[in-house]
Design a protein around this ligand. Structure first.
Ligand SMILES: N[C@@H](CCC(=O)N[C@@H](CS)C(=O)NCC(=O)O)C(=O)O
Length: 209
């Protein structure tokens, strides 16, 4: 299997973490849709990463669908099979990906030249992030894993998002949510997280929290 995408994309990192958690070997083609001559637009008409190409030539894009596909490849599932657990895990994952989306939108807006940059838009993303963190803090039951007794898509989605916030929107969310901070410290030590830290993100994660 080939995975296309660049190291700093949280969506690509999510797929890398899932593949590592499931011990699935893959070839990583490190490309961005903005690179001249990239292979991505030929595989994904939306021109976005991650994209995977299976050994028998199937192509899947969008991290959610890719993870759904790779979850079928080994018996130990990231997405729980029974309905109530599955829905709870997917809700946490949706919250995490919403946090990633808002953090990425805030970052991109902040990079626009001053006359086009909207402070109102940036503030709206920051409000979403603050509300989602408060939601997570309230819903967290204080166990090592968010749903059930083992690592799932719930933990993957939220931990990915919290580390992405540290990378791209560093601020003291831990001061308000120390329990979430303790939970993240546990998840971050997993090989799948430690081995996929993008360049530049180490500094953000090493900073005193
Ligand atoms: N919903 C998609 C989002 C993917 C996405 O936005 N990827 C960004 C990189 S972080 C991208 O490829 N952007 C290029 C573009 O939109 O032109 C997913 O989960 O895979």
């Amino acid at each position: 299997m080939k995975l296309y995408g660049h190291a700093t994309s949280p969506y690509v990192r999510k797929v890398r973490i899932a593949l590592r958690e499931k011990n699935i070997r893959f070839e990583w083609i490190e490309e961005s849709p903005h690179d001249a001559g990239n292979h991505i637009v030929a595989l994904n008409p939306l021109g976005k990463v991650p994209v995977i190409e299976t050994d028998d030539g199937q192509v899947f894009f969008d991290s959610a669908l890719i993870i759904e596909y790779i979850d079928t490849l080994t018996p130990e599932r990231l997405i729980p099979g029974t309905t109530p657990e599955r829905l709870r895990a997917l809700l946490w994952n949706t919250l995490g990906m919403g946090l990633v989306d808002a953090t990425a939108a805030r970052l991109l807006e902040g990079r626009r030249p001053a006359p086009q940059k909207s402070q109102e838009f940036i503030a709206r993303q920051e409000d979403k992030i603050a509300r989602a963190l408060a939601w997570a803090d309230k819903a967290d039951r204080g166990a090592a894993y968010l749903v059930g007794e083992r690592f799932s898509i719930a933990d993957l989605g939220l931990a990915l998002a919290l580390e992405y916030i540290d990378f791209r929107y560093p601020h003291d969310w831990r001061g308000k949510h120390p329990r979430l901070a303790r939970w993240l410290a546990g998840i971050s030590t997993r090989g799948s997280f430690a081995e996929t830290v993008p360049p530049g993100m180490e500094k953000a994660l090493d900073a005193p929290h």
